[in-house]
Design a protein. Structure first.
Ligand SMILES: Nc1nc2c(c(=O)[nH]1)N[C@H]1C(S)=C(S)[C@@H](COP(=O)(O)OP(=O)(O)OC[C@H]3O[C@@H](n4cnc5c(=O)[nH]c(N)nc54)[C@H](O)[C@@H]3O)O[C@H]1N2
Ligand SMILES: Nc1nc2c(c(=O)[nH]1)N[C@H]1C(S)=C(S)[C@@H](COP(=O)(O)OP(=O)(O)OC[C@H]3O[C@@H](n4cnc5c(=O)[nH]c(N)nc54)[C@H](O)[C@@H]3O)O[C@H]1N2
Ligand code: SF4
Ligand SMILES: [Mo]
Length: 707
């Protein structure tokens, strides 16, 4: 028999599970969990089968296509590179460098070739109009880490395998498989916490799958977690229960700033009793080893930065930061922090609304206006890489219109979807099973230090290209198209990027492993079945801190100053008469905006409905199952409503990434998936002002019967 079993990993979410893939006659016939993987220990979820569907999907592009009056036409790789380079160069030479905008989508962080080769290409373009999924996602985590620990990616993760008290806000790892915390088999790990006698507390406006297996769950009014978290910190300080490391400064300032943020103040704001808040603060402070963790629900909201700061504060003031069983910064075998900027905030502002950059990127919520608003610096061409911002960013409908007005657009993406249908050229990379993989990002966020190299499971067809080959091809073509002998100095500046583009991802990983903290050879990592176990996370502060004085300042002025905005919006505002607030939702069998084309993944009960508390329904004379009209400041959608006591009264939930079947897309399965795009409702004006993160959660809406 010709069946062979090959080891690889699933890169569809942050859990990076090890998988065993059976290949027969060049086709995948089975995918299962790899027990030998020291991190994932055999776990996989239903999404892993989609790796195979992705491989076999007839809708997936395999060669570059160009949009013509007669529809999409295949062109050669070199012709595509040259065309794209020529158009981008011409637009920049006429309108300036910033006339080219870039959107970097989520799957970039899941691809080795994108991580090694996309940044040098983007640097070559020298535009300030750079956007990414960061500003609809984890930006507040990065801002807090930048300000507290001196590096945007020095993000402590909960030491879930040793903790005895886990406080989780705005996260539903039983659906998402965990995020900014790579912990494959999260449900099992959670069970182990409880089996050890530990306690799990979940704060979420929906009684989620995760809340259902926790010891305790509390509803919270969306967008008010800052008040809850600050009250916890306040209480710990008021009890004088703090346990500060010697390298921590700023306690006096923090104490003063939090004087008014009492549990009594937080109670009416959040909907959680003052007594409950006080008890949680005391239990957390008294626990042997405790970890507080807040994810998307407390990140993509109006006070995301204050929330992520307060999460860190709680861990720090209770002595749980950098302690086994608390939160620790992983030490992966390739140290990605070394070559990366520590981060910066507000060094420049966006052209139209004056929004702050973070780490060299502008808020995704400002993309449409930067394309539509005429003037110097207006975006006239877009490069989208692994992103579907029409479904993923606020007021996608307006962005959809904006993309239609561009002079030129190129997408690096395997699908013709809601976003890429606007492109003039689409360059499709190889699918995951045809690529080598080493996880540069998620080992940095994993709850255990491990290292794993995977060779591609299947060979790439001769006329297919890996993403890194595409970035290389574009980079060289662009350099050629923009070269002027009179400006040879420019070339010198571009040289480091061009040198990186010449390398192969494998060479970059090998060098990273060799010079990394464990001095590993790629050969050794490659030989170890399932990956090398480098052990549990270890304390590393203050030595590893990237702040200049190797100390942590609890009270950075940027965040202290934002407390006034929180006070005004959360505390001083009259909450009477407030309408419904919309929040997001994820499902195990769905992945952001793009995996709905796998029929085996999307089968089963529909999961696109608006969830709403029965009391809210009856107050509006609405019934379970009915089609309702949701209206926000940004737009209107009609969708079925599903009644559930799992929703906090006054809050409704809609998943994002639905609402396909737009004209011109090529998604045969996805176009049959029902639902609407939640981002036709989210409002680009609703931001976390400090960081520019979109407030995707806590959007004011009304729900009425469909006329
Ligand atoms: N309302 C609301 N909106 C949200 C969220 C929410 O919770 N609520 N969540 C936000 C979050 S956290 C995120 S991360 C964003 C994600 O939003 P995006 O950044 O748009 O990412 P995806 O939706 O994952 O889009 C994936 C795109 O990449 C393409 N793709 C898939 N694999 C590859 C590959 O290997 N290479 C290339 N080049 N392309 C590939 C797909 O075809 C698709 O076009 O959405 C955000 N939007
Ligand atoms: N199956 C699947 N897995 C995924 C994804 C997917 O689409 N599908 N997406 C991946 C991506 S890109 C990411 S970023 C991660 C995200 O990982 P998670 O953050 O775990 O994902 P969500 O399920 O969006 O969880 C957010 C939770 O916040 C709650 N929430 C909303 N607003 C508030 C609020 O104001 N306060 C509080 N306390 N809670 C609030 C929501 O009810 C929801 O339960 O998941 C990743 N994994
Ligand atoms: S949890 Fe599922 S989607 Fe995530 S890496 Fe594991 S198998 Fe893949
Ligand atoms: Mo995300």
């Amino acid at each position: 028999m010709t069946a062979t079993v090959r080891r690889t990993s699933c890169n569809l979410c942050e859990a990076i599970c090890g998988v065993l893939v059976t290949v027969e006659h060049g086709r995948v016939t089975d995918i299962r969990g790899d027990e030998a993987d020291p991190l994932s220990r055999g776990h996989i979820c239903p999404k892993a089968v989609a790796l195979r569907d992705l491989q076999d999907d007839p809708d997936r592009l395999q060669r570059p296509v160009r949009r013509t009056a007669d529809g999409w036409q295949e062109i050669s790789w070199q012709a595509a590179y040259d065309l794209v380079a020529r158009r981008l160069a011409a637009i920049q030479s006429e309108h300036g460098k910033n006339a080219v905008g870039v959107y970097l989508g989520n799957p970039n962080v899941h691809s080795l070739g994108a991580l090694t080769h996309m940044p040098p290409l983007v640097r070559l373009l020298r535009t300030r109009n750079r956007f990414s999924a960061t500003s609809v996602d984890q930006l507040p985590h990065m801002l807090a880490s930048h300000l507290l620990y001196g590096h945007q990616l020095m993000i402590p993760v909960p030491d879930i395998d040793r903790t005895s008290y886990l406080l989780m806000l705005g996260a539903n790892p039983l659906a998402s498989n965990g995020s900014i915390m790579t912990a494959p088999g999260f449900a099992k790990r959670l069970k182990e916490v409880r089996a050890r006698g530990g306690r799990v507390v979940v704060i979420d406006p929906r009684r989620t799958e995760t809340a259902a297996v926790a010891d305790e769950h509390h509803f919270i009014r969306p967008g008010t977690d800052a008040a809850f978290l600050l009250a916890l910190v306040h209480q710990v300080l008021a009890d004088e229960a703090e346990d500060l490391a010697p390298y921590v400064d700023g306690l006096t300032e923090l104490r003063a700033a939090l004087a008014g943020w009492t549990p009594e103040r937080a109670a009416p704001v959040t909907g959680i009793d003052a007594e409950v808040i006080r008890r949680i603060a005391r239990e957390f402070a008294a626990a042997d080893r405790a970890a507080c963790y807040g994810r998307l629900g407390v990140s993509a909201q109006r006070f995301g930065a204050v929330c992520q700061w307060a999460v860190q504060l709680l861990n720090i003031v209770t002595g749980n930061l950098d302690r086994p069983g608390g939160t620790l910064v992983p030490r992966p075998a390739v140290d990605i922090l070394r070559g990366m900027s520590r981060g910066h905030a507000g060094v420049w502002k966006s052209r139209v609304r004056g929004l702050p950059e973070f780490g060299g990127e502008l808020p995704a919520a400002s993309m449409a206006e930067e394309i539509l608003e005429p003037g110097d610096g207006q975006i006239r061409a877009m490069v989208t890489i692994a992103g579907n911002p029409v479904l993923s960013t606020p007021n996608g409908r307006r962005l959809d219109e904006a993309l239609g007005t561009l002079d030129f657009m190129v997408a690096i993406d395997p699908y013709i979807n809601e976003t890429t249908r606007h492109a003039d050229v689409i360059l499709p990379p190889t699918p995951p099973l045809e690529r080598d993989h080493y996880d540069l990002v998620f080992h940095q966020l994993a709850v255990r230090n491990t290292a794993r190299w995977n060779d591609a499971v299947l060979p790439r067809p001769a006329d297919a290209r890996h993403d890194w080959e595409i970035f290389r091809g574009l980079g060289f073509a662009y350099t050629k198209a923009t070269f002027r002998p009179s400006r040879a100095s420019r070339l010198r500046k571009a040289l480091p990027s061009l040198v990186t583009l010449r390398l192969k991802p494998k060479q970059i990983v090998a060098a990273g492993l060799r010079t990394g903290p464990y001095s590993l050879s790629l050969r050794k990592v490659r030989k170890s079945a399932g990956g090398i176990d480098l052990g549990p996370l270890q304390p590393s502060f203050p030595e590893r801190l990237k702040t200049r004085d190797k100390r942590i300042n609890l009270a950075p002025s940027l965040l202290l100053d934002d407390l006034a905005r929180a006070q005004e919006a959360l505390v001083d505002r009259d909450r009477e008469g407030a309408g419904l607030l919309l929040i997001g939702r994820r499902h195990l069998r769905s992945n952001n905006s793009w995996m709905h084309n796998s029929s085996r993944l999307v089968k089963g009960k529909p999961r696109h409905q608006l969830l709403m508390n029965p009391a809210d329904l009856s107050r509006r004379d609405l019934a379970d199952g009915q089609r309702v009209r949701i209206t926000s400041a940004a737009g209107t959608v009609d969708v079925e409503v599903s009644a559930t006591e799992d929703m906090m009264p006054g809050v409704v939930s809609l998943p994002h990434g639905f609402g396909h079947s737009k004209e011109g897309t090529r998604l045969s399965v996805a176009n049959q998936v029902l639902g609407v795009s939640a981002n036709d409702l989210t409002d680009p004006a609703l931001l976390d002002d400090v960081a520019g993160t979109a407030a995707l959660n806590g959007v004011p809406v009304t729900v009425t019967a469909c006329p």
